[in-house]
Design a protein around this ligand. Structure first.
Ligand code: PLP
Length: 399
């Protein structure tokens, strides 16, 4: 018998599987609103100008040696400053353990492996809904996972009471996976006031927060404002962990650039935690990629380039906000009697449209429009050229 005769074919990934179907579609009118990757108003992938400039500056100026297991020191420092703030005492005092890792996904996985080794018996609470890969990451790391309430279907907004109840009812010392900003897939974030209450409740329960920050800058267009959840937790004295990705906000998707950091009691604890993160990274991938780390640190380390990056992040966020306004307008103009206010209320890269899986299927089969079956639209793929057609098709399938 063939050695792998019993290996079943795996189901397609709910997000990447959509891209496969899209590629196989021969229609010239097809629209991919599945994967969360930014497109310009012509529907083309965009390389930021600051990235091109950084590339020019580093070209020919570095060798191809390995980075250390924990990555590029300058990049890590800039990354922490961006998340925690340049005036962060914790960053200055060295009480944050941090390593460069493989974008947001790799950072989550590294932390989950750390949890498995050093937080035995600690269950991770994951929001309903969430980015589908969160479940895979914690499953494969072998950690117990359960869920907490987050989204209220009836208001298409935050289920704040449900979330607080679940925080208060979880066993003391549980881990909560929180989206730092631009929650995927709902586009619904707690307000600053709500973050303060969440922080207070989690402190009282001695819960451990793990922030996944894949979209810093994409929620409000302002990288500092989008870090408010983290800064509130830091102010309140939490010891928490953070995954940062530079895939979306710098457009470095394929470079796999990110940081995982753990706020510790003091420098001595940070040294110990960091040493263990390195042990885990060493066995998984040995060391992280260099090119993107050089790009990101060149941008973050040069005031003029950083200022240009801030402008470009804001431009991307603003284009998405404009598309939300247009999508809602065209839906309303199309004669749809359904409420579409959530299209403009939600923030970040995604619109959690409220369409049912069968309606999403119809969009694909009848209109060549592709999105995940939970009705999540990647607004980054909507352009002034396709928004009206999208609205009309959505109206058709939701009549
Ligand atoms: N976390 C969330 C919530 C995401 O939406 C994503 C990407 O879609 C990621 C993490 C990871 O992205 P990457 O590994 O490309 O940085």
């Amino acid at each position: 018998m063939a050695r792998f005769a019993d290996v079943p074919e795996a189901p397609k990934d709910p997000i990447l599987g959509i891209s496969e179907l899209f590629l196989a579609d021969t229609s010239s009118d097809k629209m991919n609103l599945g994967v969360g990757a930014y497109r310009d108003d012509n529907g083309k992938p965009q390389v930021l100008k600051c990235v091109r400039e950084a590339e020019k500056r580093i070209a020919g100026n570095f060798n191809m040696e390995y980075l250390p297991t924990n990555g590029f020191k300058d990049f890590i420092k800039h990354s922490l400053d961006l998340a925690y703030g340049e005036d962060s005492e914790a960053v200055k005092s060295g009480s944050i353990a941090a390593v460069q890792s493989l974008s947001g996904t790799g950072s989550c996985r590294l932390l989950a492996e750390f949890q498995k080794r050093f937080m035995p018996g600690c269950t991770v609470y994951i929001s309903v809904p969430t980015w589908s890969n969160h479940h895979n990451i914690w499953r494969d790391a072998g950690c117990e996972q359960t869920t907490y309430r987050y989204y209220k279907e009836s208001t298409r907004g935050l289920d704040f009471e449900g979330m607080m109840e679940d925080i208060n009812n979880a066993p003391n010392g549980s881990m909560f996976l929180l989206h730092a900003c631009a929650h995927n897939p709902t586009g619904v974030d707690p307000s600053a006031e709500q973050w303060r209450e969440i922080s207070k409740a989690m402190k009282a329960k001695n819960h451990f927060a793990f922030f996944d920050m894949a979209y810093q800058g994409f929620a409000s267009g302002d990288c500092v404002r989008d870090a408010q959840s983290i800064r509130i937790f830091a102010e309140d004295g939490h010891k928490f962990a953070l995954a940062q990705s530079f895939a979306k906000n710098m457009g470095l998707y394929g470079q796999r650039i990110g940081t995982v950091s753990v706020m510790c009691e003091d420098k001595a604890e940070a040294v110990r935690v960091e040493s263990q993160l390195k042990v885990i990274a060493r066995a998984m991938y040995s060391n992280p990629p260099m090119h993107g780390a050089l790009i990101a640190s060149t941008i973050l380390g040069d005031p003029a380039l950083k200022a240009q990056w801030y402008v470009e992040v804001k431009e991307m966020a603003d284009r998405i906000i404009t598309m939300r306004t247009l999508l809602r307008k065209h839906l309303e103009d199309s004669g749809s009697k359904l409420p579409w206010q959530h299209v403009t209320d939600q923030i970040g890269m995604f619109c959690y449209s409220g369409m049912a899986p069968e309606q999403v299927d119809k969009l694909r089969t009848d209109h060549h429009i592709y999105m995940t079956r939970n009705g999540r639209i990647s607004m980054a793929g909507v352009t002034s050229g396709n928004v009206e057609r999208l609205a009309k098709a959505m109206h058709e399938v939701t009549k």
